[in-house]
Ligand binder design. Structure first.
Ligand code: KMH
Ligand code: ZN
Length: 274
């Protein structure tokens, strides 16, 4: 059995002050992604920053970053439509017009740390419909049990395809589920049959919950978006050690590491997007 490893190199929150190895500029992101791909990542979850390192949905920056990544390696690009808490929903949603292979779909509004993550129901429905039209596969980020129900409602309304649905169970965001094995199990038990899923474990319990997710049959995500430290007091010197650690965890569990072609089929992506 194989697992898909996703690298999440940047995220919306951390800064270079938090970890000087955080890639924020297109070339830095593309280089980090290419190294992660060499280490086994088949998917890259991409957030963009402007020249001041602030989260942005600028389409030019997004296009350039996607092109630089594609020049370096064939990794499957998953654009974040979460982008950053301060960016308006319409700008975030416009990113799917670039037709990445996948993009995040965050189904509900919520408190997010000290801020607010705005995903109003009507906007989410419009974005889901547009992604479906464009053939951009949603990566459904669920931060709480009700978010799963919201996704299932979208499916029942015909706005999401279920072959297969792709979930990320996000644990450890203040405002969402706490990072506990119990919360993870509760969600895994409730996923629809055939769903593919991964754990996104934010912060201190990243390693442990990533390992539990792999042992339970999930895929894995690794990178500085989710964990700035390798262990207490030890900043990760880049994304690569985190990706290598997830790959090693999977191999120790006798799991294969899916290449791009295998990941394309496991995630139910269309073979080519025109
Ligand atoms: N860092 C994630 C927990 C998205 O990419 O669409 C939140 C996020 C959402 O960044
Ligand atoms: Zn993200």
């Amino acid at each position: 059995m194989s697992v898909v490893i996703t690298v999440a190199p940047t995220g919306p929150i951390a800064s270079k002050e938090d970890n000087p190895h955080l890639p924020t500029q297109p070339v830095e992101i593309a280089d980090a992604v290419a190294r992660a791909h060499e280490a086994g990542a088949a998917v890259a979850h991409i957030h963009l920053r402007d020249t001041e390192h602030r989260p942005t949905a600028d389409l030019g920056i997004a296009r350039r970053t996607m092109d630089l990544i594609a020049e370096r390696c064939p990794i499957l690009i998953q654009l974040s439509t979460g982008v950053g808490l301060s960016v308006p929903f319409e700008e975030r949603a416009a990113l799917v017009e670039l037709r990445p292979r996948m993009a995040t779909l965050n189904p509900c509004s919520m408190s997010f740390g000290g801020g607010e993550f705005r995903n109003p129901p009507a906007d989410v429905r419009r974005l889901a419909a547009r992604m479906r039209e464009l053939g951009v596969k949603p990566e459904l980020e669920i931060y709480d049990t009700g978010h799963l129900d919201a996704c299932l409602r979208l499916r029942d309304e015909g706005l999401l395809d279920d072959e297969p649905m792709q979930f990320s169970i996000v644990l450890g965001v203040a405002g969402g589920m706490a990072a506990t094995p119990d919360n993870l199990l509760t969600l895994v038990r409730r996923l629809p049959a055939g769903a593919v899923w991964q754990v996104i474990a934010i912060g201190r319990r990243n390693l442990e919950l990533t390992a539990i997710g792999l042992a339970l049959g999930g895929n894995a995500r690794a990178g500085l978006e989710d964990a700035l430290y390798l262990r207490k007091g030890e900043l990760s010197p880049g994304n690569l050690p985190l990706v290598e650690r997830a790959v090693a965890l999977a191999r120790d569990l006798d799991l294969g590491i899916a290449g791009v072609e295998e990941a394309t089929s496991m995630l139910g992506l269309s073979a080519v997007i025109a």
